[in-house]
Design a binder for this molecule. Structure first.
Ligand SMILES: [Zn+2]
Length: 230
């Protein structure tokens, strides 16, 4: 396995996530996600393809996917990131909107031994604070589930599965209204040309109205049937 730099790890993580979510990682999408120019993306993809063993497969028109060696680096990085986020929340008392930036830095420097010690301390957890699955020691990662709340039908009864962790302001708003993984919601209505969602959130007396940026950050699945406590 080649030694990889932080920037190689970031590329492989981004390619892995994009390919999983959108079917493929194009140069344009990678440039947008990583905040670099398409030309530097192309340069890096060629470099990653020339590694021994190759870390990506890249076709100029079809985009990039990770090879098994590249996937391993991506999953190890994702495992460190998500475990670190949970460690920061549970052990150091961070709020869930404060941990992503810290984890983006620390994910490149924490050793495998420390990663496994953190996992052990936290009881080999399966999910990070935002509801994203944590790859286990063998790097097995359950399939992504849920669809964006923004696409939900009026009247649907749903459970929050996960939330995007990149935007701290959105995360603070989600915590404020109680839209955290596990929360059960009903879509009460849509207003202002479908742009605002009115939600009845279990455990809250008043319905909550959220805008498109917040709705796009929440991923939901049909709520399981509940037996009400006696
Ligand atoms: Zn994160």
């Amino acid at each position: 396995m080649p030694e990889t730099s932080p920037s190689v790890q970031d590329y492989l993580k981004a390619i892995y996530h994009l390919a999983r979510r959108e079917g493929r990682a194009t140069t344009t999408r990678l440039a947008a996600v990583l905040g670099v120019t398409p030309a530097s993306v192309t340069g890096m993809l060629k470099r990653l393809m020339a590694e021994q063993p190759p870390l990506v497969v890249y076709h100029p028109r079809r985009g990039a996917t990770v090879t098994p060696a590249g996937e391993r680096v991506a999953l190890e990085t994702i495992r460190r990131h998500r475990l670190l986020e949970l460690f920061l929340v549970r052990v150091l008392g961070y709020r869930w909107d404060e941990v992503h930036e810290e984890a983006e830095r620390l994910e490149h420097v924490v050793s495998e031994q420390m990663t496994n010690r953190i996992a052990q301390l936290l009881g080999e957890p399966a999910f990070d604070p935002h509801g994203h699955p944590i790859p286990d020691r063998k790097l097995a990662l359950p399939a992504v589930q849920g669809f964006p709340l923004a696409q939900a039908e009026v009247g649907a009864r749903l459970q929050v599965v996960s939330v995007s962790d990149g935007d701290a302001a959105v995360l603070r708003r989600l915590a404020e209204v109680g839209l955290q993984p596990g929360a059960v919601v009903r879509v009460a209505g849509r207003t202002a040309g479908d742009h605002l969602l009115s939600l009845a959130i279990r455990g809250r007396a008043q319905p909550v109205v959220i805008g498109p940026a917040v709705a796009a950050a929440v991923f939901v699945a049909p709520a399981p049937e509940m037996t009400e406590p006696a």
